[in-house]
Design a binder for this molecule. Structure first.
Ligand code: KIV
Length: 265
């Protein structure tokens, strides 16, 4: 039976019924493969800066970068929901800028957008939702705040921080978000946050008590140089690529490739 198209509304409706499995993808072939594998949502994450473009963090990712990658993923026509990250400083400057920039992502093929932050972006989320753009929140560790945090640190460890994570999730629900990513907080904090709202929480490095999980594709397939400790590697694609290319190089050097199968006289 052909899978039905997954929408932001269907993701919300999965809370309490079925765990939500999301993964990132940044291009046409991996979006096709992830979709065929049955993911519920594909995030075109600004993590692409680190795992694809070789940047130190996500701050250098531009809206133009995102538009190219969102369009590539959308061309795969996945049944999974396509969510696009809003890059650094494309929404913090206010709801009008956020709306203009989110609209560009939607025109490129995004079916929802994800800005980072909680209570401080309430008006941004409210505006986007009001004008028909589904918003996925992102609280806990916000990688776009790496400079002020001094690194990619676990959040929610103190009572004050834990309270903030929960209040942020509640604020995002109130502003109209259809789901919230919770990144790198203690499992007990993610559990409390999950139980405090009706929208699903989708966790990364935040334990098993959430409504779903999300991981970065390159961490899952063994293509990241520095995967975080909370990621799980399910394949060693780096080794597969290295071996394939090394075999090719060897065959070219030895004159084995191209053989008769690969050319015509
Ligand atoms: O950019 C990204 O890949 C993300 C995930 C880590 C949730 O935001």
């Amino acid at each position: 039976m052909e899978r039905r198209k997954i929408t932001a509304r269907s993701i919300t409706a999965m809370k309490g019924r079925e765990k939500i499995a999301m993964i990132t993808a940044y291009d046409y072939p991996t979006a096709k493969l992830a979709d065929a594998a049955g993911v519920d949502g594909i995030l075109v994450g600004d993590s692409l800066g680190m795992v694809v473009l070789g940047l130190e963090n996500t701050l250098g990712v531009t809206l133009t970068d995102m538009l190219i990658h969102v369009a590539a993923v959308a061309r795969a026509k996945p049944k999974a929901l396509v969510v696009a990250d809003m890059p650094f400083m494309t929404y913090e400057t206010g709801p009008r800028d956020a709306l203009r920039n989110a609209a560009k992502l939607v025109r490129a093929g995004a079916e929802a957008v994800k800005p980072e932050g909680g209570q401080e972006i309430f008006d941004v989320v409210e505006k986007l939702v009001k004008y028909g753009i589904p918003v996925m929140g992102h609280v806990g560790l916000n990688p776009q705040r790496v400079l002020s945090l001094g690194g990619f640190r676990m959040m929610g460890k103190t009572e004050e921080q834990a309270k903030k994570v929960i209040e942020d999730v509640k604020a995002l629900e109130e502003a109209g978000a259809f789901a919230v990513v919770i990144e790198f907080v203690p499992a007990s904090v993610a559990k409390a946050a999950t139980e405090s709202v009706k929208i699903p929480t989708i966790c990364i490095g935040a334990g098993p008590y959430c409504d779903g999980q999300i991981l970065v594709l390159h961490d899952v397939i063994g293509l990241s140089e520095r995967p975080p400790s909370f990621a799980k590697r399910y394949a060693d694609v780096a080794a597969a690529i290295r071996n394939a290319v090394a075999n090719y190089v060897e065959e070219v050097k030895k004159g084995v490739f191209p053989s008769a199968d690969h050319y015509r006289d």
